[in-house]
Write a protein that binds this ligand. Sequence first.
Ligand SMILES: Nc1nc2c(ncn2[C@@H]2O[C@H](COP(=O)(O)OP(=O)(O)O)[C@@H](O)[C@H]2O)c(=O)[nH]1
Ligand SMILES: [Mg+2]
Length: 262
Amino acid sequence: MISKMMASRYVTVVGILGDPESGKTACLVSIYLMIANAELAGWSFADSRSLMAFEEIARGARDWNAGNPPEQMTVHTELSDDRRPGFLHLRLVRNSDGRRIDLALPDLPGEWTTEFVGTSRADRFEFLKAAEAIWIVLDGRALENKERRQGMISRVGQLAGRLASLLDGQFPKLMLVVTHRDAGKPSTAVTTRLAAELAKRGLTATVVPVAPFSDNKQVTPGLGLDELIAATTTSTKTPLEFWSPAAPVEGTRSYIGYRRNR
Ligand SMILES: Nc1nc2c(ncn2[C@@H]2O[C@H](COP(=O)(O)OP(=O)(O)O)[C@@H](O)[C@H]2O)c(=O)[nH]1
Ligand SMILES: [Mg+2]
């Protein structure tokens, strides 16, 4: 199934990494729900065939899971065969130019990331060599926690370093997806240190704060996911901009970008 999808040059494969509980599945579920409800700004389903394509993937996922149907339209995170990631497939149309984009979004167990950093076990990440973008999903609350912050930032550096050696100089666009935007936005202190940690390895990333779900009335659920999809599908390589949501204003989505100082 994966190789069939990857054989199509139009499929944008995204590598989605992140420790357990960082919010990977939440991002996928929220993207799917927003698309299904036509709430993802700037994007719509291509046509009914997109639903069929999704159904095919879901059916495939069911097969892989040997009788465990996928929950909430994403593939079970715990796969019976842990070598084969499940993919959420979406065929979208960008409203601005009508461009059609097939996205393959894998829902991987967080343990894969943990083990990749800890033991450098890379065999199951071979598919990342075909990825056009890599998301490293980070729990925004942990990032702002004074005790946990430094450890997390160093681990992002280690993870990026592992990826760099796996990908052997062919690094795709890198996005640091910071969840729990509803609990607050990432501070400049944190984004600056993340950028510095990556710069040690000659890498840059786009920081995208998101709130796939929200416990805060001031923050719309799904905030930031349209930017995430936009950044994932732009053709420019490794953008330098960090994106930071402006103070939340109900009903609007305004963003300011600022260039990282080198
Ligand atoms: N309020 C809120 N909850 C979130 C957010 N992101 C993830 N969560 C919750 O955090 C928990 C872990 O998320 P999950 O997607 O399962 O993590 P995964 O292990 O990386 O797939 C779940 O209960 C999510 O609903 C967010 O931005 N805001
Ligand atoms: Mg998960």
